[in-house]
Design a protein around this ligand. Structure first.
Ligand SMILES: *Cc1c(COP(=O)(O)O)cnc(C)c1O
Length: 430
């Protein structure tokens, strides 16, 4: 067998996310990263405009986060969480309680966003079971959602973009309503048929005795299309759920930790969910980690039922190294004036992306906090974007119809200008 270069080996043997392993697309080899920059094997430095899939909020290799990880690595990289606990888990827990919605007091640590969604859904089912509703084991959600790639999480992803037809028979059937039609920043349409609530109420009422919970990404639907919707939808959804005994789950894996301009998208509304999922930015992108938090009502419900124990416990639950990274990342977040930073990023993106509105192929341009989106009228190829964006010194990987950025919060105005110029070029050329 001849010697393969690193890239050749990769292209022959390694699967990448959502790719055909027999037809590999253009792939860059990253040698190192620091701050907003990725350094490739040919020496090129690219701004990571994706924050490495939305999690590297404070930049790569952040000195305070890596220091906390080094310290933890030298002491206790891992220990099982059954019957044992440790400072990193407790310290992170204290910090989470400080910054998350007040009613969410019970924390389940897990490995990734998708798992935190699985945990949330299991919690809802066990809660309903404990209350004497074993038939309530299904879920309701809106279209264009995304909640992860594991089976149960996938069942509440958008049926079209999540390719439910492909997995027919293997996926649980859930209850879908159209995506929330009322747009953030516009007046709330009171008419329930215009604001989407008539449809939501009908679905929840019809399925009442089968539905354990309604799961939503609050205000921002991420991977399912980068749509921003009116927070009043969430206030009203809370009311309907309460009336019908249905739990409300907010998946804040993408929206948490300041990305939307609020610490959590939940802050846009006047209500709190029963269960919240956090991930992605939790460790500032330094190591995989997530958590599911719930209120006393659900915790006591599950605990008071039969068997009382919550039926989940990952091997690497509350991994100390990940907890230490997360605690440091949250300290970095709250020690800075993140609100002003994100507002400045939003204002600059709004100005610099506006010219895309005049392009014939562009359907919409929208910005919320640290999220900037050029929605095209057709699907664009992520592979075709790579080389063009590289020429501009930027790493961009469009998804579906959207050319978008979620820049690290430390991105300077010059660097952000480079990102938006790259996005405009892609909108013109793709
Ligand atoms: C990314 C994401 C997930 C899945 O998280 P993973 O860590 O990739 O498993 C779930 N929900 C939302 C809203 C996400 O953006």
């Amino acid at each position: 067998m001849r010697d393969l270069t690193q890239l050749e080996f990769d292209q022959h043997h390694l699967w990448h996310p959502y790719t055909n392993v027999t037809k590999p697309g253009p792939t860059f080899v990253v040698k190192e990263a620091e701050g907003v920059h990725l350094t490739l094997d040919d020496g090129t430095r690219l701004i990571d405009a994706m924050s490495s899939w939305w999690c590297m909020m404070h930049g790569h290799r952040h000195p305070e986060i890596t220091r906390a990880m080094h310290d933890q690595l030298d002491r206790l990289p891992h220990v099982m969480f059954g019957g044992l606990t440790h400072d990193p888990a407790v310290d992170l827990g204290r910090k989470l309680l400080e910054i998350t919605p007040d009613t969410l007091t019970r924390i389940f640590y897990c490995d990734s966003g998708s798992v935190s969604v699985e945990v949330a859904m299991k919690m809802a089912v066990q809660y309903q079971h404990a209350l004497g509703h074993p038939g309530r084991s299904e879920f309701a959600t809106v279209r264009s959602g995304y909640h992860g790639d594991t089976w149960k999480a996938m069942s509440v992803c958008d049926p079209d973009t999540g390719m439910h037809h492909l997995f027919q028979g293997a996926l649980s059937v859930q209850h879908f309503v159209p995506r929330p039609p009322a747009v953030l920043g516009q007046d709330w349409p009171e008419d329930p048929s215009a604001n989407g609530l008539a449809e939501l109420r009908r679905t929840l009422e019809t399925g009442q005795h089968k539905i354990a919970a309604l799961i939503l990404e609050p205000v921002v639907q991420g991977t399912g299309g980068m749509y921003f919707y009116h927070p009043e939808y969430l206030n009203q959804a809370r009311r309907i759920c309460d009336e019908l005994g249905i739990l409300l789950i907010f998946d804040e894996i993408a929206t948490g930790f300041g990305r939307t301009g609020e610490l959590f998208a939940t802050s846009f509304c006047n209500v709190e969910p029963d269960i919240i999922c956090l991930g992605k930015g939790l460790t500032g992108g330094h190591i995989s980690f997530a958590c599911t938090m719930t209120n006393d009502r659900v915790a006591k419900g599950v605990g008071g039922g039969n068997p009382g124990i919550f039926m989940h416990g990952p091997t690497y639950m509350a991994n100390p190294l990940a907890c230490a990274a997360a605690k440091a990342a949250l300290d970095v977040l709250t020690a800075q004036d993140w609100r002003t930073r994100v507002a400045d990023i939003a204002a600059q993106m709004a100005t610099e992306l506006a010219p895309a509105r005049d392009l014939e192929n562009v359907a919409d341009v929208r910005v919320l906090g640290g999220i900037g989106v050029i929605e095209m009228k057709y699907r664009v190829s992520a592979d075709d974007a790579h080389a063009r964006a590289k020429d501009m010194g930027v790493f961009l990987r469009p998804f579906g119809k959207n050319i978008y950025t979620m820049p690290p919060f430390i991105t300077t105005p010059d660097e952000l200008g480079q990102i938006t110029a790259g996005m405009l070029r892609l909108a013109r050329e793709l």
